[in-house]
Design a protein around this ligand. Structure first.
Ligand SMILES: [Fe+2]
Length: 565
């Protein structure tokens, strides 16, 4: 990066810097020390740390200064907001860099969806990078709205916002050396390739690393984490709306005293309501510190570690030559953010969200819900001997347990109740009329919950204890162009329309937040356990790459044996 003579002079203290943040307790991520210093800034870069004079000086006595936070793996789509609205939500919490994987947009709208994100992300007041979706569709056995092969990804590779290849979920394809998987790995062999490897240990882990994958954010068990770290995998500790791996993984790091240098944070999938309630990456840091992590280590994980993992050598530290992405804190352990600077500019103060103009969404991202009318007949599930495969959901996890249970039946047909509930997944991209039916345990609701956010193919999914409410939910979402809804006793209780790809809204964030909060309350009233995140749990019930059992538009899928049942 070029430094002018003037910048060099200011760096040497011969002339005043353009901006100096004075007297803060500054985190040095190189030595993990806290030192009271001034930070001099010139045209978006830090030009010196020490004692400086500035044309503009801001006194930060009594405050802390840390590098801007990274979300190393995020699907913006999970916030249900447009990229601009999402940026406005996370900046006040100190996140200045995101590595976004537009996997959901791509599964609905393919290359066009990715190109839209690439255009939008460059306009955001933060460092927006893109990891290209590697597995669209998630498996060959799934029906999404698009298909992306290596030759489709290659033209996108050269975009300046693209860093590498996003989470490679087809672990078995990688390890077995399947040609299509290898073609994608080959196309990105000189870039970072993110992994997605729940439970991966042993020789397959070795093969996955050999194939070029270098990160994993699905790791959730102590032994697995240690083996992955010892093998050279970079780990992300995730705190999303559904999956939270912090408690286990931070404790593992502390108990085993292994280095956290190759560990960073991500959210993966986090709803705006949760971001507003507890923060963004700031909540990962807070959790780590509360669990006993040294604050300097936790803040380095949120910044420097992630920057190094992705080769972003100009980001992630407060040192001369680094980009001036800075977070001013009132309290270190609570991660209470006073103000946020991006490229040396104040972008948020006292929690204020930066103004983001409303931008027009192209027509091809709207009206993506194409359904053939669904009839009650299609919701039948025959169980001749009364026993069937059941997906048991687990609170705070997106994994399910595969059980074979005796379920309530009449004349050989499954009758859902409050315990064993019906899942219907309707293909919604091409109007094929395909409907998959299964049984889930753990929602315990009276009525139905439905959504077009259903990873990764984003077909329409509904869970309920009766067909009438399930059908009502399906029809309501078709009318809304996608979204979330709740129905009970033949009445719609709430609909949150998400007309952009059936995933996002352009409505004000407050409206989304209100609708989500109300729906969560209603879900509890309908009988769902409070510890279950209704939207996340529902949205992952279709993802065939997650163990142990899933329901897709083609039926019940055993994701351990990798076959339809
Ligand atoms: Fe992800």
């Amino acid at each position: 990066m070029f430094s002018s003579t003037e910048m060099l002079q200011a760096s040497r203290g011969k002339i005043p810097a353009k901006l100096v943040l004075k007297n803060a307790v500054v985190l040095n991520v190189f030595t993990k020390e806290w030192l009271t210093q001034d930070v001099a800034v010139w045209d978006g870069r830090i030009i010196g740390v020490g004692r400086y004079e500035g044309r503009e000086e801001i006194d930060l006595t009594g405050k802390y200064l840390v590098p801007g936070f990274f979300d190393a793996h995020v699907h913006i789509e999970s916030s249900m907001l447009t990229p601009a609205a999402f940026a406005a939500e996370i900046l006040p919490f100190g996140t200045t860099t995101i590595l976004a994987d537009p996997h959901e947009l791509a599964n609905v709208s393919g290359e066009k969806g990715i190109r839209w994100l690439l255009e939008e992300i460059k306009r955001l007041p933060l460092n927006g990078y893109v990891m290209l979706p590697s597995c669209v569709p998630a498996t060959e056995l799934d029906d999404s709205g698009a298909r992306l092969e290596a030759e489709d990804l290659l033209p996108l590779r050269e975009d300046t916002s693209v860093l590498g290849l996003g989470e490679f979920m087809n672990v078995s394809g990688v390890c077995a050396g399947e040609e299509k998987a290898l073609a994608k790995l080959r196309a990105f062999q000189d870039r970072v390739i993110d992994g997605h490897a729940p439970g991966l240990v042993g020789k397959d882990l070795q093969a996955y690393l050999l194939a070029g994958v270098s990160t994993d954010h699905e790791c959730s068990e102590p032994e697995e984490a240690l083996e992955q770290l010892r093998s050279g995998m970079n780990l992300m500790i995730r705190r999303g709306s559904g999956a939270k791996n912090g408690e286990t993984l931070i404790s593992t790091l502390l108990d085993s005293r292994v280095s956290a240098e190759r560990v960073c944070f991500c959210t993966d999938d986090k709803h705006v309501e949760d971001i507003r309630r507890e923060g963004h990456i700031s909540s990962n840091i807070r959790e780590a510190i509360h669990l006993g992590m040294d604050p300097a280590e936790a803040y380095a994980m949120a910044s420097f570690n992630a920057a190094r993992m992705y080769g972003l050598s100009h980001l992630g530290a407060i040192g001369s030559g680094y980009q001036a992405d800075l977070v001013v804190l009132d309290d270190l352990e609570e991660v209470s953010v006073d103000s946020v600077y991006w490229k040396g500019k104040l972008v948020s103060r006292k929690g204020e969200r930066p103004a983001v103009g409303k931008r027009t969404v192209p027509g091809f991202l709207l009206d993506t819900v194409q359904l053939r009318p669904v009839h009650r007949e299609q919701l039948r599930l025959s169980c001749p001997d009364g026993a069937t495969h059941v997906a048991q959901v687990i609170p705070h996890q997106i994994l399910t347990r595969h059980r074979v249970c005796q379920v309530p039946c009449t004349a050989g047909e499954f009758q859902p109740d409050r315990h064993f509930q019906k899942v219907a997944v309707v293909e919604r991209h091409r109007g094929t009329g395909r409907v998959g039916i299964g049984v889930v345990e753990g929602f315990f609701l009276h009525g139905a919950i439905a959504s077009t956010v259903a990873h990764d193919s984003h077909n329409l999914i509904a869970v309920g204890d009766n067909d009438q409410d399930i059908l009502l939910g399906i029809q309501a979402l078709e009318k809304a162009g996608g979204g979330y809804c709740l129905a009970r006793d033949g009445k719609l209780l709430e609909v949150l329309p998400l007309p952009v790809c059936g995933l996002l809204t352009q409505e004000p964030t407050e409206q989304v937040q209100r609708a989500l909060a109300n729906m969560k309350k209603l879900c509890v009233e309908m009988g769902m356990p409070e510890e279950l995140d209704p939207f996340q749990t529902l949205s992952f019930l279709s993802l065939p790459v997650l163990p142990e059992i899933r329901i897709t538009d083609r039926g019940v899928f055993d994701s351990v044996e990798y076959r339809y049942l």
